[in-house]
Design a protein around this ligand. Sequence first.
Ligand code: NOJ
Length: 522
Amino acid sequence: MQSPSRVAHIAVILVCFSLLCLTRGVNTLVNGNGLSNYTFPDNFMFGVATAAYQVEGAWNEDGKGESIWDTYLHKHPNYTLDHSNGDVAADSYHKYKQDITIIKSLGVKYYRISLSWTRLLPNGTDNYINKAGVRYYRRFFEEMLKAKITPVVTLFHWDLPTALMDLGGWTNPKVIDYFEDYARIAFTLFGDIVKTWTTMNELHQHCFNSYGGDYFVPVLQSHGIGVYLCSHYMLLGHARVYHLYDKEFRPKQKGKIGVTLDAFYAEPKDSNKKEDREAAERYLQMRLGLFAHPIYSEEGDYPKMVREIIDKKSERQGYPRSRLPYFTPKEVAMLRGSSDFFGLNHYTTYIMSPSEMEPTWKIPSADHDTGVKIEQHPDWPIPGAGWLSFYPPGFRKLLNWITKNYGTKVPIVVTENGVSDFGGLTDYVRVSYYNKYMYQMLLAMHEDGCNIAGYFAWTLMDDFEWGDGYKVKFGLFHVDFESPDKTRTPKLSALNYREIVRTRRINFNFIKIPSYYKYDDL
Ligand code: NOJ
């Protein structure tokens, strides 16, 4: 028999142990071997993603026409951090077979790519189709099928034909017709093989940075007007193409079609302050809700809050009509439900507090309309690109926010998630990021009831990272951009991802991560 003092001693140890478990949160759900207690279901889609301009190169080969990125970066070579461009990039136009080999080595079954609009239609219009472009994608898809890799294809990943930008790009509603023509060509040519389409990638980033700001080309800086015209007509372009597929192609081709939206998560700067909590919610509605509500909510159209804020500010600023255009009832109906899945790109979280005006804001602008000061948390590491800090719990919270606002009927497919660093094969930060972010996704699936059908790591290999050029790296594979072969070499993160895909769970001990990169408190 044990003495009362010994029993008390054990009780104290047990209480301390439970308290320790409670405070350590995530770690309680990982068993002694470092394995996650939750697993990914057998039918969960694991994939990797890239985009045409970021990897293909061959910018003017075999009859390809120019996109806004070609034209702008040739005219303004100093625009990117390292004065580079995507002329050659990872040369996937010539090395797509190598790409398929390395994808296969990861064990993933899905590859998300985008089509280069001007490789197929050099002028942006379908009066002339570039046969070499058709051959390239055809061969590429056939090789993927041989390797048992399913293509997931984005029609528009930011590389608008220059000829259409000259007409005003997405601020011109006529561009919707040209987008529909292009989509029809793509469905006709490749729809026998491609069964999953996304119409567009990150409408929010594209409109807010290319049309509303200067972070992406062509640097229109139409802060308070162009930004919303672009958003409005992109949304309508998406819906038009969804219905084109649904009516004319789906009956025969039997595929799925959706859209990819992006969102940073928004935390209140001080969660005890009501105004910070409201600022965070306002930010999410003004950025993600703007695009997601018309498509995924029951009632459709822009969120009421967004409508009211922009209408009121426009009026006060003396505009004769709202800077955010109105949908007709027919358009509301056309957008509602126009996606078979919720494609989500997520990377990071910011902290939010209310503000009337900040020194960098313009009037009118989307920033000023939103009225939220956006900051990075001082304690969250920033391993590469300056905008991307490491905060895994934000991912779970975002997945919950989407589920709360739009329900579980339409599955979420994470079409991008990943982190940048400054290069090297021993990319512990990336291993740690993927482990922790994917773990948050498991929690969202198993504990919160979020309906998540797939996950695509961004990105397969180092590539051209838009304004950052080649300075920061997001790849699971290193690319030697100096070598003529553009040699691809797996990083530690590639081995780690392969293990996750193979075992359908996360093994936090698979790669021994030096404590510096573990970020145990995140
Ligand atoms: C999202 C974009 O879709 C992709 O093109 C980009 O490289 C990543 N974010 C990382 O910035």
